[in-house]
Design a protein around this ligand. Structure first.
Ligand code: BGC
Ligand code: IFM
Length: 812
């Protein structure tokens, strides 16, 4: 069942009912001010950091879920009232539509012959949300309406806001001046920031105290002031500050009224601190309000935003015979990659914004998906990440975006972390040709006195693996590798003790075949990069370490029909046929094959066949099989999940992409693409009732075949799935791979494809690539013609003239 449709021309998903199976959200903002907005206008906003600078309040775990808070509008029409976005009033609407587009959302609702359309967006270079509201009388008689706005302020630190009521009920401060409501509460610090909510029209009244607006025993669905059709002009003093305007709107039949509301955030430079308590400098707010003073200004802001997205999405454009594939590649997957770059794993309808900052592993992988769009920001992000690396080559697992400091509470010791940095840097250099990044003096643990060139950070990442090998010569897993829940050194034998605190022995036994596989894949990329910058000796050293690791994998990491997953702290195999449950895991199959293990002797194919046989389902590949039904205390968190969920045999869409890549490596394009379509959201639109999360973005996980709710997705939006699936489709299946000296073309496609076209902007040139598949093969390039001349091999050389170039590639 579907709950909307794709409008590919406008690059929007159009939702046709407010009661989607789960709130279907979008993100506004891509620089410093961000918002989450659901199809009923629920969600919240923050500046840079969802934990430390939360602007509006949202209650996770609310009932119903999407009424945790939002930026809400109510129409009052002589006794009746409703919300044009359905929530929070939840009065039935005569028509409803929500269009989630690239950085904006339009919600339209009609009742009593009054249609209202609200366009929400965060303009470029603007620390605020603009709401353009159009109210139209579509009836035959005059309407005397009142429009109420409403939002609730969060007292800045979302974590504290949720807990520290003894303080926070006494700190709230607001100021109302004309049509602007200012939120001035201090958060345990001398005030240097404030927020405001304005409208570009005279107001009939306002409320800034939530209880006065809603009533002590009321709810968002029927606020006292809205029911009465009259604001109370409350000025908050402690308790819960909010912001609500009421605007009188009289409309003749056919008449329209347009308004612009702005929710803004102002940060003052340190030197401009206010000296007196309760006084704020309103100059910046006034400038922001003036910038979008009219509907024409708002329209211009929206047009600029759309243009910037057009530009971002023009770097890789696919024309294939498959509309679902085109929309997935050209619109939604690239959009999701940008959102994951901006938000890491911090704020979604599954991530509370207070739980985590930016992940070292996660953000490095995110770079793979957006580096072609904004290489400059990828460069900056890489340096930020590398600056939290430790001298040992290990890394803080997370850092807080506002401070950019490593998070001590979580620490490091996830032994896969360092390798992802190499992968991100290689992707950046291949995309840009900018080797100078390798010379950037980059601190360890943010301490500039310990800075070394970025190239040295990569060496330490590489060496971190070989300095931490276990009894078989495989990498020690540390606290966990990519699979956060495989905690082989962190288990407890005491009931009730935390998994994360007790080390069983000395952490020198448990080994990860996945990290070994990653090392063969990424280590080889490191060797090639070193060769490129003339460090042949280092390249040779890396090559020989990688070759050694491949041997170790084939000797002690091969189980007979697939790669084993790990050795536990007692030296016992995990992910082996000899195990009772969890006989096979997906991660090591993907990375060992990508790292060219078992290619020559057919073992790679054998491992991939086992993947389909043991892990395959119609909704994707499960992570392990059989699912754990018993606790295995020495494995850590993994077996605490019920069978079929999350890391215990859930379908982790992230690692499905590694299998697509591996299938492409062995040349099986049909299989690679088949796996792609099993999880790509555009192909699952028709089962939205089963899948439940947004049909336009990937979820992190879909319940696996052992789960009671097989096929149901969770954790949509913020997941490495976005970047890896983009890599899988764009570089491994469609096969357009940035390389040091040009664009390599190496598709692995289904045999029945006739071909496809890709427009790829690369280092300033635009390549119009047409791939023809006259002999219906999956892999192999027999001829390549660039600007009319045949070129040997399959690398389109960089031209560097900033012009358009035509490329024809014949497969065979
Ligand atoms: C959770 C995992 C999750 C991971 C994300 C763990 O603590 O339990 O299920 O995927 O964190 O980092
Ligand atoms: O690898 C992790 C990722 O860092 C966060 N989400 C879950 C993945 C698997 O555990």
């Amino acid at each position: 069942m579907k709950f909307g449709y794709f409008d590919d021309v406008r690059k929007e998903y159009v939702i046709t009912t407010p009661t989607t199976p789960y709130p279907w959200i979008n993100y506004l903002g891509s620089q410093e001010f961000f918002s989450l907005i659901s199809n009923t206008a629920g969600g919240y906003s923050f500046y840079k950091d969802a934990k430390l600078r939360r602007i509006t309040r949202f209650r996770y775990n609310n009932v119903p879920l999407d009424l945790g808070g939002g930026r809400y509008y109510y129409l009052y029409d002589e006794g009746d009232f409703w919300s044009p976005g359905f929530s929070p009033a939840k009065k039935e609407l005569d028509s409803y539509e929500c269009r989630h587009g690239m950085g904006y959302t339009i919600i339209k609702g009609k009742r009593n012959d009054v249609s209202t359309e609200v366009t929400f967006f965060v303009p470029m270079d603007f620390n605020g949300e603009v709401h353009k509201v159009i109210v139209k009388n579509e009836g035959e008689s005059k309407k005397n309406l009142k429009l109420f706005s409403f939002l609730e302020w969060c007292l800045w630190n979302a974590d504290d806001d949720d807990r520290n009521f003894q303080r926070n009920f006494s700190t709230g401060e607001v100021e109302v001046k004309g049509s602007v409501i200012y939120h001035k509460t201090e958060y345990k610090e001398r005030r240097n920031h404030y927020a405001f909510f304005s409208v570009n029209a005279p107001i009939a009244g306002f409320d800034s105290d939530r209880e006065s607006f809603i009533g002590t025993y009321g709810g968002f669905d029927a606020p006292k002031a809205v029911v009465a059709g009259q604001s109370t002009n409350s000025v908050a003093d402690g308790w819960s500050p909010c912001a609500s305007h009421s605007v009188e709107i009289s409309l003749e039949p056919g008449e329209t009224k347009e308004l612009v509301f702005i929710l803004g955030y102002v940060e003052n430079p340190v030197e401009d601190k206010w000296e007196s308590k309760g006084v704020i400098n309103k100059k910046k707010a006034e400038e922001m309000i003036a910038k979008y003073a009219t509907v024409a200004d708002a329209d211009k802001g929206l047009a600029e935003l759309k243009e910037s997205w057009e530009k971002l999405l023009s770097k890789y454009i696919l024309e294939s015979e498959d509309d679902k594939l085109n929309r997935q590649v050209n619109i939604w997957n690239q959009y999701q990659c940008m959102v994951t770059f901006n938000l890491s794993r911090s704020a979604s309808y599954f991530e509370s914004g207070v739980g985590r900052g930016m992940g070292f592993r996660d953000s490095n992988q995110d770079i793979l998906g957006f580096v072609h769009q904004i290489p400059d920001r990828a460069r900056e992000r890489i340096i930020d990440l590398a600056s939290t690396q430790l001298e040992s080559g290990g890394a803080y697992h997370q850092y807080q975006p506002l401070t950019k400091r490593g998070n001590d509470a979580i620490g490091g010791n996830f032994n896969d972390d360092p390798l992802w940095l190499i992968l991100a840097v290689v992707a950046y250099v291949k995309e840009t040709g900018d080797y100078s990044i390798l010379d950037v003096m980059t601190p360890f643990d943010n301490d500039m006195s310990k800075a070394t060139p970025l190239a040295d950070h990569l060496k330490r990442s590489f060496d971190h693996v070989i300095n931490n090998l276990g009894p078989h010569g495989l990498p020690l897993i540390g606290r966990a590798d990519w699979n956060d829940c495989l905690n082989l050194n962190c288990f407890s034998t005491e009931p009730g003790e935390s998994f994360q605190t007790t080390t069983s022995k000395d952490g020198k036994v448990a080994e990860s075949v996945m990290i070994a596989g990653m090392f063969t894949y990424i280590g080889e990329l490191y060797a090639r990069l070193m060769e490129k910058i003339g460090k042949q000796e280092e390249a040779d050293r890396a090559d020989s370490e990688v070759a050694k690791m491949r041997q170790v994998i084939m000797k002690d990491g091969w189980d007979g029909k697939w790669f084993i997953r790990a050795y536990d702290d007692f030296g016992k195999k995990i992910g082996s046929d000899e195990c009772e449950e969890g006989k096979i895991f997906i991660e090591s199959q993907g990375f060992c094959v990508m790292g060219s293990c078992g290619i020559e002797d057919g073992k790679a194919i054998e491992a991939l066949d086992s993947v389909e046989e043991k892990l395959g389902t119609k909704y994707g590949l499960v992570l392990n099989n059989p699912a754990f039904t018993k606790y295995v205390v020495e494995y850590g968190e993994i077996s605490t999940y019920p069978a079929g969920y999350k890391e215990n045999a859930g379908i982790f869409c992230h690692n499905n992409a590694w299998i697509m890549c591996a299938e492409a490596v062995v040349g099986r394009g049909d299989k690679a693409f088949d796996y792609y379509t099993r999880i790509a959201p555009a192909y699952l639109e028709d089962v939205s009732d089963v899948h439940r999360t947004e049909p336009y973005v990937y979820p992190q996980m879909v319940a696996g075949k052992d789960a009671k709710r097989f096929g149901e997705a969770k954790n949509s939006w913020l997941t490495g799935t976005a970047s890896w699936n983009f890599i899988a489709i764009s570089q491994f299946i469609l096969g357009i791979q940035p390389d040091y000296d040009g664009l390599m073309v190496n598709p692995a496609i289904p045999k029945d494809w006739n071909g496809f076209k890709v427009t790829r902007e690369f280092r300033g040139d635009v390549f119009k690539i047409e791939i023809q598949n006259p002999n219906h093969v999956s892999k192999g390039v027999v001829k390549m013609i660039v600007d009319g001349s045949e070129v040997a091999g399959n690398v389109i050389p960089v031209v560097g003239d900033g012009k358009e170039h035509s490329v024809t590639v014949i497969m065979g």
